[in-house]
Design a protein around this ligand. Sequence first.
Ligand code: FAD
Length: 422
Amino acid sequence: MNSPYFGEAHHRFRASLREFLEKEIFPHAREWEESGEIPELAYQKFASQGLILPALPNAYRDGRPRPFNVPDHEWDIFFGIIVGEELARCPYNGVVWGLNGGNLIGCPPILNFGTQEQRMEYLPRVFRGEIRFCLAVTEPGAGSDVANIATTAEVDPTDPSYYLVTGEKKWITNGIWSDFATTAVRTGPPGSGAAGISVLIIPLKNTPGVRRSRMRNSGVSASGSTYISFNNVRVPRANLIGEENKGFAVIMSNFNPERVSIATSAIQMARTCYDEAFKHAVFRRKTFGAYLSENQIIRSKLAGMLRRIESCKAWLYQLAFEVKSRGEKVAYQDPYIGAMSALLKVEAGKTLELCVREAQQIFGGQGVSKDGVGSIVEQMSRDFRVFIIGGGSEEILDDLGIRVLVDKARKERLNGKAKVKL
Ligand SMILES: Cc1cc2nc3c(=O)[nH]c(=O)nc-3n(C[C@H](O)[C@H](O)[C@H](O)COP(=O)(O)OP(=O)(O)OC[C@H]3O[C@@H](n4cnc5c(N)ncnc54)[C@H](O)[C@@H]3O)c2cc1C
């Protein structure tokens, strides 16, 4: 279909990326998901294509090109969306997150709020595939309520150039094999809420006081979901990202692009469910002497899926265009863009949820079987839930989105610029 958002360069990029993924990644994805790990060689191949932090500015890429030699001046948010869409064609989302789930959320705080020294020390090595990052915010006692985290970083009384970090982090994607965790810690007094949070780069490998254990979730096995304990871990104060006690804004700034990225994947996964169900209903499965698609109630399911998918996609591209037009750094600071990113993520998650359900119904018993024609949909039925919980859950984001619009309307009324007429 013709598109105002994607040009020739985007189409070429998509074709090259698809060819690479279909040759090097997708054929092995099931095996990696089942073993819960991606071989180092595969990770290095992925890195060698520039696919780790594909949007990283030239200054931190060591002179290496962007993926598939896209010139810097041509790169825009739509190339990033293509990366998200093409990766999400993988039926095993654990593999997608295993390849890049940690770096993509653990590195932006360094890029956007770190010192030049921190950027130069870490980002080129991440890009080359030499080190890996994860983002450690969630704790056993604080998930949605980020301002309530309990992991503390206190200045070491024996050497004030260090912090001593103590606490626990839960469900940390890639944590088990990451070299560093971009970690939310409390540097303010107990009860200081959002005003007492800082973000620290904590080395994980061979660090005294760090313990890591794998977590078993219902899907995404190859994503390396990890429980991390810190017990009096000495961390240089030079590893602070941004200012002390100003970390809440750093964490929040990560969320808008992350939500757009989660929505991108969810929409593509919903499309896979639709495609699988369509093939099954139209060309494969006959009941009572006719293909499933001969029944109006089955066609109605397919129509319902496609309507939701195409609506979400149009919304995603329009939002991305708005972000591109205003510049990513500026746009993502705008509460309105934040609200739209949150609501889009909710809608994409609900669309995925619906499509998984309807596809499983169309597959019948095959939709819950780990082998055979319905196995992709079965896998997605275990992977999809985290899209509705992680990166801000449905309940929190719906409320966030609408609160921004309510506040905006109230302010406009107070300023005499009311758009809402009563
Ligand atoms: C596979 C996986 C990977 C993850 N990866 C990472 C990672 O890499 N790094 C990281 O830091 N975290 C990660 N997380 C954690 C994730 O971000 C949290 O699970 C999420 O923020 C929700 O927190 P919670 O699970 O503690 O739920 P809770 O905050 O306990 O919420 C439970 C339920 O109550 C609802 N709820 C909570 N408060 C309210 C309210 N005020 N009003 C209405 N409803 C409410 C929520 O929407 C949710 O449905 C991951 C989680 C999973 C499952």
